[in-house]
Structures are given as C-alpha cells and as structure tokens.
Design a protein around this ligand. Structure first.
Ligand code: PLP
Length: 383
C-alpha cells in the first residue's frame, strides 16, 4: 500500500469476529462442519406481524425515498411508548429519541459528538469492545474501571471514587452486562448517575439485553430520577426482536444531547429504509407473550450450553441474563484462547474467548444461545 493510513488506525485492531469468522468460513468452504456457538446473532425470525408489515410496505412506491434524518415520527412515538410500557420511563418522542442504524453505530455517533483528542473515557473491564475502540479512533484515552469478579462483576467503587476526573468526559456502562450476564441493579445505576453528576461526566448506558432471560423487572438508566441531566441510553431491536441484521436501534436522552448527536449523524448517514422502520413499529407493539416465547427457547438452550461448559470443566453462575453463558476455564487450562483454538481445530466447535472483552477475560469463555438445541447436542457429542 503506497498511501499511508490515518494515525487513528495506529491502535485500532480489526474486530475479532471480523477476522475469526473469515477463518471459520474458510474452514467451512474446505468441507469442515464448524458449529458456530460464538456470536450473539439471534437465529430465530422476527414475529410474523413484523414480516407482514415489512412486505406490505415494500410494494408501496412512495416508501423508497430518503427518510427524515431524525427518524420516522411513527417509529419515535412507538419507541417512546415501549419505553413507558417496559421501563415506566417517559421520553418525549419528538425531541428525546433518535433512531439509529443499530446501537453499535450509536457508539460512534456519541463518541464523535462528545470527545476531543486527549479526553479520557471510562469503560468497564470487561466490556463490548466497540466502546474503547471508537474512543481511541477519536483520539481519546481509554481507562478501564475494574468490575469485581468476586462481587458478581459489580464495579469497584473505591477505584471509581479515587480517580482523577479532570480529563474524563464519558463513562460507558452496560447492564445487563455483556459478557458476564450480570443483571442491572437499581442501586448500582443510581450510584453511577450520582457519580456522573458529581464529576460532570456523560454517562452512556448500553441496554440491549434487558428483555432476554430477565432476572427481574427490566430497568433503564432513566428509571433513576434525574438521570436525564447526565445520561444517554442506547437500545436495540437486534436482540429483543430478532432483528439484528435489520440494523435498527435508538439513543434516548434529553433534547440538547440528542440535537448534538443529530449534527454528527445527519452528516454520516441518511436514515433507514421506511418499510423497515414501519415493521419495527409492529415489533414494538408485541406484548409479554412475545418475550415469553423467545425466552422459553433461550432457557432450553441455556441448559445445553451449560452442559457443554460442564463437559469442558468450566464453572459459571447459573442465572445469567442475556443470550450467552459466560464461564471460567479450568485451572489446568493455560488460556481461554488456547482452549478456543483447540475446540475449533480439533472438534470444529467455535466459541468465544473472553480476552476480546478485556484482560480479565483471559480465563473465561462465552457460548452464545443463538443456535438450535440440536447444534449444542452435536457439539456435546464431539467433545
Ligand atoms: C453490549 C452490546 N452493545 C451493543 C451491541 C450492538 O448491537 P446492535 O445490533 O444494536 O448494533 C452488542 C451486540 O452484540 C452488544 O453486545
């Protein structure tokens, strides 16, 4: 390559799954039947009403043009009503909700909106890799705040209290936590809101797993009174409605924050396809029976995924939330990466090594609940 890349690429690595899934596809092309139990991409279809609405809207000639940058008003209204129904929080549909092309995209928009080079960003150790990667692309420095393994992966409050906040601009939070599956807790979220107010930091809560195998009533950062002053929340249709490939999510927060994010977003993309947004409106009308039906399937698969962990000698907490089982590898196994490589090449079973979520993940592996029961049974047979 004779043209040099931008300095921001210096620290940024290609996303683990972008590389690794190419290797898995190559193995499959060579005739190896690799079972993919790694990625959290729901295999179940969206509800019939969602598909019907999408196909009806697809044939209307008026639905194919550019859409409003701020999102379809009907979709914003549906999101607002859904937030009220599920979390009992009030957000104004017009000014406090911005539909996004998935919440992953929102991480970039938020970072570009609020970060200057030299700012610092707090992310949990462990976490979804995009928070830190995008912060680095913006020239910010990433500080990983510890989650305590021995305390149900709750934050280390002493560490957080003693930090120097003079350069810290943004704090990423994600409960129910991926990858550990630890649930949201009102007191924890309240303490973060209090901390963000005291230290003048923007608190970004990423909440895509609240509806999957919930261990109690789902909770939003806006369940905490006064959170809107300092907090934004991302959510997504990907996991809750089996629409990961559709790319629909949203960011919610007070009007000024949303307006600022729209300045960036409207220069980056031109909105989503209208039939998809109208289908999302149908999805957001789904009631408890929808969540009960998908969670029944995930609960059955969880038992199988736990059986695989048992077979590998891995240990885990039984009541994890979200669509994964996260487990500690046996003491006599050198690293999770070695275990994952061995399973991939010897047994043709692909699971996720925990190191991709941070250093503390080196002794952990993750199995996703996004394959049929027969796939877990086949994996068990092979081990
Ligand atoms: C914690 C977390 N946040 C965000 C995302 C991105 O989801 P979306 O499909 O809405 O971009 C994922 C996807 O796996 C995730 O695990």
């Amino acid at each position: 390559m004779i043209i040099s890349t931008a300095d921001r690429l210096g620290q940024v690595k290609e996303y683990y799954f972008s590389q690794k899934l190419a290797e898995v596809r190559k193995m499959q092309a060579e005739g190896k039947d690799v079972l993919n139990l790694a990625i959290g991409s729901p295999d179940l279809p969206p509800a019939a009403a969602v598909l019907n609405r999408a196909s009806e809207e697809l044939y209307k000639p008026v639905n194919h043009g550019y859409q409003s940058y701020a999102g379809l008003p009907e979709l914003k209204e549906s999101i607002s009503q859904w937030l009220q129904k599920v979390f009992e929080v009030k957000l104004d549909a017009t000014s406090e909700i911005l539909p996004l092309i998935g919440s992953k995209e929102g991480i970039t928009h938020i970072s570009l909106t609020f970060l200057n080079p030299g700012d610092q960003v707090l992310v949990p150790e462990l976490c979804y890799p995009a928070y830190g990667a995008v912060a680095e692309m913006c020239g910010a420095e990433v500080i990983r705040f510890p989650l305590l393994e021995d305390n149900g992966w709750q934050p280390d409050w002493q560490y957080l209290q003693e930090l120097d906040y003079s350069r810290i601009k943004l704090l990423w939070l994600n409960y129910p936590h991926m990858p550990t599956g630890q649930p949201a807790d009102f007191d924890t979220l309240s303490r973060f809101v209090q901390l963000a107010k005291e230290k003048q930091v923007l608190l970004c809560h990423d909440n895509p797993y609240s509806m999957i195998l919930p261990s109690g009533k789902p909770i939003s950062i806006f369940s905490v009174p006064g959170a809107k002053e300092v907090a934004l929340e991302l959510n997504s249709m990907s996991k809750s409605f089996n629409m990961a490939g559709w790319r629909i999510g949203w960011v919610a927060g007070s009007k000024d924050y949303i307006q600022a994010i729209l300045k960036i977003k409207s220069n980056v993309d031109s909105g989503m396809f209208k039939p998809m947004m109208l289908a999302a409106v149908e999805a957001l009308k789904l009631g408890d029976e929808w969540f009960d039906s998908i969670n029944k399937v995930y609960a059955q698969r969880r038992v199988k995924a736990q059986a695989i962990m048992d077979k590998l000698g891995c240990t885990y907490s039984a009541d994890q939330q979200g669509m994964f089982v996260w487990a500690h590898i046996p003491d006599d196994v050198h690293s999770a990466e070695d275990l994952v490589e061995r399973l991939l090449h010897e047994n043709h079973v692909f699971i996720t090594p925990g190191f991709i979520f941070g250093d503390k993940g080196k002794k952990y592996v993750r199995i996703s609940l996004c394959s049929g029961v027969e796939v877990y049974e086949e994996a068990l047979k092979r081990l």
